[in-house]
Design a protein around this ligand. Structure first.
Ligand SMILES: [Zn+2]
Length: 354
């Protein structure tokens, strides 16, 4: 019996790389640093025993802004996301149309493929997150409807390009899903997000959707969250309406995991697979493999084994400049997940034979 296990995506960048970016090093030197960082990250990910890798997002500015790096149609004054510890992140705002990505995520995948023969999954940002870039006051000569049309096409193009480049899975980061219920407890905003994302997902075949996944979490930046106080029981029924097969859910850091698992059990559809978070990325203490095993055995009481996988609660550094977690801790936690998942497989196999 095998329990699939996958990372979410990001690994903290090296301090030298972040300093070089801030110092505005010449492009050619920066490129060399990025490549060295990518190569080393992939090597260390291989050493954790992972059978599916990511590029560690070493060359992304952040999980949400990467498609617009260098774009000339943005102003810095977009929506502000407040975190529980008081810090904020501000999104850019669109100034004019037409909306086009400057980067598609298949470029990261292709770079990473140079350094490993193992399968690579690729994270992309959701259409719903980027929908927040359109200003509430509107843009003269470029309606919200036109923007949404362009956005959905760009998002679809990006996913197809990742598939064409050989992505093992494409994971859509939907961290604003749970946040939507905090911003609008009526559920209208969340429903809008689900509908918007499903408009794109409907364009894919069943076979393609089996390689599509969605990651949700309460946000993870500088060891703080933006929507951990939103109850999963209000969120999960809507989440599982998304037309993808795979769901990557933060779970390890939940205060009442059993209750969340019972909600998953109630709403997970028969053709869906849930990768539960067994690593708390906000806690510097590295889990032991047996702790991980016990979290999986707990989940297996609620979720059929054919629908269960494991993951980390989130990426370790979704924003490039977040070094609140060390690289060593991130790799050690991933290794613990791999080892703990193997222990759970053995324990469950012996239960089945008993
Ligand atoms: Zn996350």
């Amino acid at each position: 019996m095998t329990i699939p296990t996958e990372s979410i995506g990001s690994i903290p960048r090296k301090r030298e790389l972040i300093e070089a970016i801030h110092q505005g090093l010449a492009t050619i030197q920066l490129k060399a640093l990025y490549q060295a960082s990518l190569q080393e990250t992939i090597k260390l990910l291989e050493q954790t025993g992972s059978s599916v890798l990511t590029d560690g997002e070493q060359t992304k500015s952040s999980f949400v802004t990467y498609p617009l790096e260098g774009s000339t149609i943005l102003s810095p004054n977009g929506a502000v996301i407040p975190f529980a510890d008081g810090h904020t992140r501000q999104l850019p705002a669109l100034k004019s149309g037409p909306f086009r990505y400057t980067h598609y995520a298949d470029q990261y995948l292709k770079q990473a493929q140079q350094y490993t023969r193992l399968p690579l999954k690729q994270a992309v940002i959701s259409a719903s997150a980027l929908s927040l870039l359109y200003p509430t006051e509107g843009i003269e000569g470029y309606s919200r409807e036109e923007f949404i049309g362009d956005l959905l096409n760009e998002h679809e193009t990006e996913i197809r390009r990742c598939f064409e480049a050989g992505a093992y899975k494409v994971q859509i980061d939907f961290t604003e899903g749970r946040l939507a219920l905090k911003l609008d407890p009526s559920g209208n905003l969340l429903q809008q997000f689900i509908d918007l994302n499903n408009q794109v997902l409907s364009r894919f075949s069943e076979a393609e959707r089996s390689k599509l996944g969605v990651h949700v979490c309460p946000g993870g930046d500088h060891d703080s969250t933006h929507s951990a106080d939103v109850d999963y029981k209000d969120f999960l029924p809507k989440l599982f309406e998304l037309k993808v097969k795979n769901f990557y859910l933060q779970l390890a850091s939940e205060t009442n995991r059993k209750q969340v698992l019972a909600t998953i059990q109630q709403y997970l559809k028969p053709d869906q697979v849930v990768f539960v978070g067994v690593i708390d990325v906000l806690n510097p203490e590295v889990e032991t493999p047996s702790q991980v095993r016990d979290r999986i055995l707990e989940a297996a009481d609620y979720i059929p084994l054919s629908q269960l996988g494991t993951t980390d609660d989130c990426g370790f550094s979704p924003f490039c400049d977040d070094i609140s977690t060390t690289r060593d801790t991130a790799f050690a936690k991933i290794a613990a997940r791999i080892e703990g998942t193997k222990l759970a497989e053995a324990a469950l196999a012996s239960q089945q034979h008993a």
